[in-house]
Design a protein around this ligand. Structure first.
Ligand code: PAF
Length: 284
């Protein structure tokens, strides 16, 4: 595995690989099993696998969150090498945002105004869209891999790639979960043992609602109200629990077609998100 820090080095490293299939996994590091499953998929589908590790400052709405974000580059590099990564791109902020940087990729409409956009501020998705476009243009992969846990990010990235005609296929892999169902996230490392066990209420609530929908309960408002109460009882502070259209992210009152159940909640000082697909009438 070759580690490169600049876009020029990255392009030179990838020049001989052009013509073969290039798979790309963008990350902010602190690699866990979820990232490794993306890397495995990339390794299986492609001739060359590129991983980026960049804790993107422009997508953090709180300086404290950015400062606390886990940075484990040495361990990440070992994991990446053993997952078969060919090129690790680990730029610093000045490489991606040099002096004079003045361009933002801004997505408009409900897909960025709702859910995470409403709670974290729309600058979050401006930051994600801008860095993802920069990374895609730097790597120029055939396929880029994203995790389904960040459902709204996936909707936004698909929109940006379609609107800007970026020639890349977006592959979305299922959320990777621990044994108790908690979605794997770099943020989980910040949970104390007590918070970690309280956090397991999040996937429990999602699973219970999905089962109720499959059994024929279609009242999104009532299902979410019960779910919110269960989270609070378990010591989790929900920000939202909502049933939305999987493509537009518009709220749905009746689960009468496939839908996405999305949640954001804090446990202690750690903010977690998760989601699950809902399929009414046994269509799951
Ligand atoms: O999902 C992430 O880790 C980040 O949002 C991404 C896509 C690497 C952009 O910084």
């Amino acid at each position: 595995m070759r580690t490169v820090r600049t876009i020029a080095e990255l392009r030179a490293a990838l020049a001989p690989a052009r013509g073969g299939r290039i798979g790309f996994v963008p990350t902010m590091g602190a690699l866990h099993e979820g990232h490794l499953s993306l890397l495995r998929a990339a390794r299986e589908d492609n001739d060359t696998v590129v991983l980026s590790i960049f804790v993107n400052p422009t997508q953090f709405d709180q300086a404290a969150d950015l400062a606390a974000y886990p940075r484990t580059e040495e361990r990440d590099a070992e994991l990446a090498a053993s997952a078969g990564v060919d090129v690790l791109f680990a730029p610093d902020a000045a490489e991606l945002y040099p002096a004079g940087f003045a361009t933002t990729v801004r997505v408009a409409g409900s897909i960025v105004e709702t859910l995470e956009g409403a709670h974290r501020g729309r600058a979050h998705f401006d930051g994600v869209a801008t860095v993802v476009v920069k990374l895609l243009l730097s790597v120029l992969p055939d396929t880029a891999y994203f995790g389904a846990k960040d459902a709204q990010q996936v909707v936004v990235v698909r929109r940006v790639v379609a609107d800007l005609d970026v020639p890349v296929r977006i592959a979305v892999r299922p959320t990777s979960r621990d044994d108790d169902g908690l979605a794997r996230s770099s943020r989980n490392t910040r949970l104390s043992p007590d918070e970690r066990s309280r956090a397991a209420a999040i996937p429990r609530v999602l699973t219970a609602i999905a089962a109720a929908v499959t059994a024929g309960d279609a009242d999104a408002e009532a299902l979410c109200a019960r779910g919110l109460a269960t989270l609070v009882e378990a010591g989790v502070a929900p920000e939202y629990l909502a049933v939305v259209d999987p493509d537009t992210l518009e709220p749905m009152r009746a689960v009468d077609r496939p839908a996405l159940l999305v949640v954001a909640a804090t446990v202690g000082a750690t903010r977690l998100i998760d989601n699950v697909l809902l399929a009414p009438g046994g269509r799951r």
